[in-house]
Design a protein around this ligand. Sequence first.
Ligand code: PGA
Length: 245
Amino acid sequence: MSCPIVVGNWKMHGDGRWLATLAGIAEAAAAAPQIDVALCVPATLIHRAASLCPNLAIGGQDCHRASEGAFTGAVSAGMLAEAGARLVIVGHSERRCAGDDDAVVAAKMAAANHAGLRAILCVGEDAAARARGDAVAVACRQLLAGLERSDRALVVAYEPVWAIGRGLPPTLEEIAPVIAALRATLAAHGRSDVPILYGGSVIARAVPALMAEGMVAGLLVGQASLAADAFTDIVEAVRRVRCAG
Ligand code: PGA
């Protein structure tokens, strides 16, 4: 059985004052060697984070589709890798809202893979699509677009947009049909090896329900990764679920 995966996403939080939090998260990771723990920090913190915590996988939160060029303010996947990142989030809904369509996400997947980074492809419907009954269609369309240009180093994160940042995760019943459809889509493309994470308002006390029945291989954590204690509780909850299972 492969390791469960827990990835923190600090979004636009984290400067030099956050190094103690980072060290706390690295400690939690070291205490749970049976879990694959990673933390995606702002690009400006990657080098320091990777140097300070060599045993914690540090990631970026986005990359440009090109390897270099006249793209003011952008950061390429190769630059992230050179700074010390081992993975990168691609297609997060907050980037899709800022203009990343399926084609751009696919190109970013290729760029991430080319740079040797493990890509975490985020997919998920918004509230309107769910209300229309299109949750499965949207998530699977986004998955197929990202899958087309990626190699084996891939993780999929199902993050329903309506569940992000609301403080309370959905029930397993609400997300299970989409996760099952994503799994079937991966299998149909010979990619059953790709782990599927859940993300959106993950908190420690919801972990047993979210991880029940082996539905997901791990979690992508936003808000609750900003405090070492809260994130440590999630890692510990995942460890307990896995040990019980
Ligand atoms: P959240 O964010 O845990 O704060 O809902 C998750 C994400 O956007 O990756």
